[in-house]
Design a protein around this ligand. Structure first.
Ligand code: CP
Length: 307
């Protein structure tokens, strides 16, 4: 394993060994939860949220606390960010007070500008382009279920969004085959797909992006979906409802996956839209294990990242 990067802005900031190392530590932290740790003793971590959050905000607060540090949760409205102070100035100033910055924001450019100005590690807690912390928990959950990645296939159904991007990169890195089945016009970013394909060429994983949802789900090991209109796309919700309807994970569609297939969703979910209630509330769903793993994976990430 080479030196750990200063920041975690994209899944692609970690090489495969570093990624698996974080997952290994996350598994250990999960089984030893309750044993005191001092990885972040004497350290404060700013948690800046420019968009709503339940899982990410709470799991990071608990993660920092359980590693012996002090979380400082801040919404944009509580900061001068909300009144137009630049993200660069915000990053430079926060660096003088705290030991790491976790931020949920809009464009990836806001994140990179903040990170460039900050002297402390910066973590992407979701941008419009990526959700890399979610991908860590997703991989942890898949590995718990199947014991490994090789020879397994994950099928993401729906919008080619930030969650899909991070999954493509993460799956390719660890050798997990990955399909994205999307409605026409909602494909993942071509540069991200090309990068995932390049990574997969070295790990033996397959990457497939298709509009054929039935073909992508048939025989797969993991069916994963997300809401049809992400944060900031609420005005497109009605249009998306019509376009995405054939991509709903129905009971009938899920039944075509492998016999031991599991269902994942990053949450929050809209039952009856992107997934039937009988699937997400059924015996094959692992969505709450997946949500719990946000905590363990982010503890592992912070333990590795924050000096
Ligand atoms: N999955 C996820 O990021 O959830 P929150 O938006 O609640 O943080």
């Amino acid at each position: 394993m080479t030196g750990f990067p200063q920041d975690f802005l994209s899944v692609d900031d970690l090489d495969a060994d570093q990624l698996v190392g974080v997952l290994d530590l996350a598994d250990t932290l999960k089984t030893t939860r309750g044993s005191p740790r001092g990885d972040l003793a004497g350290r404060t971590v700013a948690l800046v949220f420019e968009k709503p959050s339940t899982r990410t905000r709470v799991s990071f607060q608990v993660a920092v606390t359980e590693l012996g540090g002090s979380p400082l949760a801040l919404s944009a409205a509580e900061l001068q960010l909300g009144r137009g102070e630049t993200v660069a100035d915000t990053g430079a100033v926060l660096s003088r007070y705290v030991h790491a910055i976790v931020i949920r924001t809009f464009g990836q450019d806001r994140l990179t500008h903040l990170a460039a100005a900050a002297d402390v590690p910066v973590v992407n807690a979701l941008t419009d382009t990526e959700h890399p912390c979610q991908a860590l928990a997703d991989l942890q959950t898949v590995r718990e279920e199947f014991g490994g990645f090789t020879g397994r296939r994950l099928t993401y159904v729906g919008d080619g969004n930030n969650v899909a991007h991070s999954l493509l990169l993460a799956a390719a890195k660890v050798g997990l085959d990955v399909d994205v089945a999307h409605p026409p016009g909602y494909a993942p970013d071509a540069d991200v797909v090309a990068r995932a394909e390049a990574i997969a060429a070295g790990t033996g994983a397959s990457v497939r992006v298709t509009t054929d949802v039935a073909g992508a789900v048939a025989g797969t090991d993991v069916v994963y979906t997300d809401v049809w209109a992400s944060m900031g796309q609420e005005d497109e919700a009605d249009e998306r409802l019509a376009v995405f309807r054939p991509y709903r994970v129905t009971q009938e569609l899920f039944a075509t996956a492998a016999d031991d297939a599991v269902f994942l969703h990053c949450l929050p979910a809209h039952r009856g839209e992107e997934v039937d209630a009988v699937v997400i509330d059924g015996p094959s769903a692992r969505v709450f294990d997946q949500a719990e793993n946000r905590l363990h994976a982010q503890k592992a990430l912070l333990a590795r990242l924050v000096p």
